[in-house]
Design a binder for this molecule. Sequence first.
Ligand SMILES: [Zn+2]
Length: 394
Amino acid sequence: MSTLVTGIAELVTNDGAVGNGTLGLVADAAIVVEDGVVAWVGPAHAAPDADTRIDVGGRAVIPGFVDSHAHLVFAGDRAAEFEARMSGQRYDGGGIASTVAATRAASDETLRERLRALVTEMRAQGTTTVEVKSGYGLTVDDEARALRLAAEATPETTFLGAHVVPAEYSGRVDDYVGLVTGPMLAACAPHARWIDVFCEPASAHAFDGDATRTVLEAGRAAGLELRVHANQLSAGPGVRLAVELGAASADHCTHLTDADVDALAGGSTVATLLPGVEFSTRSPYPDARRLLAAGVTVALATDCNPGSCFTSSMAFCVALAVREMAMTPAEALWAATAGGAAALRRSDVGHLRPGARADLAVLDAPSYRHLAYRPGVPLVRTLELPTTEALSGP
Ligand SMILES: [Zn+2]
């Protein structure tokens, strides 16, 4: 079944061969979608026929956001911690323990409902691909459970047993790393595509360079691909390790040395910036311009989680990237779509050239520029296309 989408005032394809500039802009455009895949893109006057038609009425259409960093399997609430932080308390990753306790105590159904609600909330705001991490269970059974639930929502599942050292392993980091790389990895690997580590020697709760290397190498041996929480609170070894080990993405990248930037520029690792975290922890933002000037591929993601940043809005992150990190509106949108796809090593999402998944988001505005120009306004939503079932009813 094919659908022709018309009335597109401005289409962002992210393909310079299809349209103008890096965003591949096409004015007065149309798209034909066939069986969930983009079959044709171009000016509306040249559009071929299709079985059915949707007119978006002079709105902009963009590729659905690719949110490559989110923690959505958890229970509990840390609004009080947020309030304390906004009243002057410092963030050091310690509050994660309270989410771990609540998550362990929660039923599968409670965790599943929260996860589904957050994914639905994201989709309603234009996010069509989301990565989901474990990391609030920190026992063999609780981490495997988190990943089983995450896999119900997305193929982009990430084992983050090395999120923090749980209280029962306090002072015994090596023992905990042994658990993570042993029975926990064995139980989690069947449900995960990725493995991740919170590499942060500056936090008493996270992992140093040696532990990070041990966990990532064990994950890779178990068939998982690599990503790293790197250089969030200090210029630690995370970014250089990520590049050295060929990780798809180094996430946060808030505190970088020249050697870190050089490593990213010379490697294949994407720098994923999470400005919602700096906003929500009232911290200095990463230097996006320095990374872009060095030729590093930059992605934007939410890091949606109950502690350091509880937003599910990619549009908000785009606005922050433009206002607070001096990215242009075009750079920010590319990073939130094609950049996220690169961070997940996906070639079927993050763009709208023929062959892409038909993940379309529509703006109640004539141009993508309104995403940052009108911050906080709910302009963007996923365009739900008619399915065969929906049309073949009585
Ligand atoms: Zn995170």
